[in-house]
Ligand binder design. Sequence first.
Ligand code: CMC
Length: 428
Amino acid sequence: MSDKAILELDGKKFEFPVFKGPENETAIDISTLRGSTNGVITLDPGFKNTGSCESKITFLDGEKGILRHRGYAIEELTKKASFLEVAFLVIFGELPTKAELKKFEDDIKSHSLVNEEMKDIVVGFPKSAHPMGMLSSFTSALTSFNPGVVDINSKEDMYNAIVKILGKFPVLATWAHRRNHGLPLNYADNSLGYIENLMQLMFKIPTEDYKINPIAVKALDELLILHEDHEQNCSTSTVRIVGSSGAGLFASLAAGVSALWGPLHGGANQAVIEMLEAIQKDGGDVAKYIAKAKDKNDPFRLMGFGHRVYKNFDPRARIIKNAADELFEDLNLNDPILDIAKHLEEVALKDEYFAERKLYPNVDFYSGIIYRALGIPVSMFTVMFAIGRLPGWIAQWKEMRENGEPIGRPRQLYTGETLRSFLPFEKR
Ligand code: CMC
């Protein structure tokens, strides 16, 4: 392919450099377009064709169904590494040595205590509040307890902010759940690993022993690894764009949590289970829901299907489907919802509508089924996604700040009124 692209406008030719990535991805650099054409911009709602940055963190090929972090295949990472090991890789670029991982884990643990005054904020929320709304607010509130500015030129400052949020985030996330259920706010147990600790933070009650099930820990560890990063998705782009204004890490992450909440993004895992339950209640008539999803007069969409970048199987969905099968077998569980999901997938994949539009199951199609099997309430599904995605958000924020990227500020094509005279009140 040529190393320049030519645009012809009003008989004049403009040249733009063409860049290629190591995986043969091609990008036309249009950063000089507006200046050289006297104000012409590109229009790309939803940024379907727009690269907002250069990044070394995650490579994905939506056509081939490939996902890699720092060059390592997601299939290998989920089988061979732990959640924090992958977090270290995603954030710092290389797999940790044994000593580096031990230090990383210990440093995270050393930040697992949250300021007691934060509890006043937690109980200030109504018990009915959605945990994602609470989590976004708690993350934002952390800035008040940590008013110091992170010096992005100091590796130490950056590292401390990273281990601090990784230590406190699971505590805050599970406090949202405990607030919902009127349970006492738990403390972390630093004798446990990250995922074990997350489980006890969620489920341990003071009146009873809590036995951690290693099968459940393995399943959750794998599931959270699958969510760690996914290049420039909606919440990650939000984190980068908020951070590009110079806003701090915790403030940027709080915005990322809000972006993830939406049902077209991380909120889909909750929406999938609600959809499957509705199908079950309705007698399990899968064909009826497929027809609804295809009907352009019906706003219903098959939740957990389709993806902005995957026009093939989401590789994460394959791994999750197998993990769900393994978990159900290991725990000797049976869930009719899993059967409905499999039936729905089978019918949809054979249907022309879904084939033509390249709509395949995405990461959220089976993740809720695993969360459900682990006893995690539906309203907490997207919070689990947020805990999984935290390392990716951190890595992307760090990369953006270290690259010294300019403030994110898109242009627009104005389509409103042209100049008109103001009409006084009496005349309107
Ligand atoms: N059910 C029925 N039709 C669909 C679906 C669906 N789930 N997804 C897309 N379509 C149709 C859509 O109606 C359109 O049809 P037409 O060309 O006839 O107008 C065509 O497929 C293209 O859809 P689009 O909305 O232009 O595609 P997009 O890239 O803007 O949207 C998406 C991607 C994920 C928002 C969308 O597929 C969707 O709403 N899926 C359901 C929600 C979901 O599962 N979200 C989780 C995404 S994965 C987790 C994450 O990364 O957050």
